[in-house]
Design a protein around this ligand. Structure first.
Ligand SMILES: C[S@@+](CC[C@H](N)C(=O)[O-])C[C@H]1O[C@@H](n2cnc3c(N)ncnc32)[C@H](O)[C@@H]1O
Length: 294
């Protein structure tokens, strides 16, 4: 199966709302690689390449991808009859002790689908399901099956980005979509693996020394430090998009004065830079074109 589908997971820092802006800059390739896959929203939104690789350092996430790819029906069976309830969330979070990879995936999937913003760092993993805006448990089976179809033949790896990137060869004709944790945000709140300033420097270095082997697009928060780390790339574009965050009634109670916004979901603006090691054809704003022609 090759059609565009949504990510199977809710994922903090996921690129779902920016997917069209990113897809338009992806270059032709034989091999598609995401070194920081997370919820994989770009992989799921694009056509599959001949070879595809999703990598992430979080072993619970990559185990869940592997189980969905290889044993979707077993996962569906373990979640059969499950209901989205705060008590079940607390049970999976605090009591359930997985004894094999299937049970690890069962726990991870349940918590991911029912936690606020899909935050899976256990220190910040809170109940965040709402019937109106979350995928209902009766639809989880179909979600797992269509994801499994798209994951057939996809290589799923669990390693640090540096090892992965250093091992890419020119012959693979690869395109990398690189979406690391933000430079200036406390990402340790969201993810189970921490990412230090040194890791950001390490990433810029590994991309620089391998840049002749593949094309890449990396997304980051717009900061002077990032621009300095990547002062050698061919293109930097500033991008903006809108997105909404829905909150459960519990979370809403803590907020005053926001009922009318909250009902529809709160609106935010995403602002990032895209950095590429290739030139893009600039689309000039209409006004600029009109001025040039006059
Ligand atoms: C911003 S998220 C990726 C979001 C993803 N693009 C999406 O659309 O859902 C960053 C990811 O990097 C992973 N990560 C953190 N440190 C890593 C490392 N050293 N190597 C590989 N992955 C890492 C985290 O587990 C997290 O899933």
């Amino acid at each position: 199966m090759n059609k565009a589908i949504n990510s199977p997971f809710r994922y903090a820092g996921g690129k779902f709302y920016a997917r069209h802006l990113i897809l338009e800059h992806i270059r032709p390739h034989h091999t598609y690689i995401e070194p920081f896959a997370g919820g994989g929203s770009i992989f799921f939104a694009k056509n599959k390449a001949k070879h595809n690789c999703l990598n992430d350092l979080d072993p619970e996430l990559t185990n869940t991808y592997q189980i969905i790819r290889d044993s979707p029906q077993d996962l569906i069976n373990t979640l059969e009859g499950e209901r989205a309830l705060k008590e079940r969330h607390a049970f999976y979070k605090n009591e359930f002790q997985p004894s094999n990879d299937l049970e690890r995936a069962q726990r991870w999937y349940y918590l991911n689908r029912t936690s606020y913003s899909g935050i899976m760092n256990m220190k910040n993993c809170y109940w965040g399901y709402g019937d109106k805006f979350s995928m209902r448990p009766e639809n989880w089976g179909a979600n797992i099956l269509r994801t499994s179809q798209k994951l057939q033949g996809v290589q799923i790896t669990n390693m640090d980005f540096e090892t992965l990137i250093d091992n890419i060869t020119i012959e693979q004709n690869a395109f990398l979509f690189v979406d690391p944790p933000y430079f200036n945000a406390d990402q340790d709140k969201f993810y189970t693996c921490s990412f230090t300033k040194q890791d950001h420097t390490r990433l810029a270095e590994v991309l620089k020394r391998n840049a002749h082997k593949f094309q890449f697009l990396i997304t980051y928060d717009n900061s002077p430090e990032v621009r300095e780390l990547y002062n050698w790339v061919d293109t930097i574009l500033e991008k903006e998009w809108n997105y909404t965050i829905n909150r459960t009634d519990d979370q809403k109670k803590t907020q005053e004065n926001t009922e009318s916004i909250v009902k529809k979901g709160e609106r935010y603006k995403g602002k990032e830079i895209f950095l590429m090691n290739y030139e893009v054809i600039k689309q000039m704003p209409l006004l600029e074109l009109a001025f040039e022609n006059s």
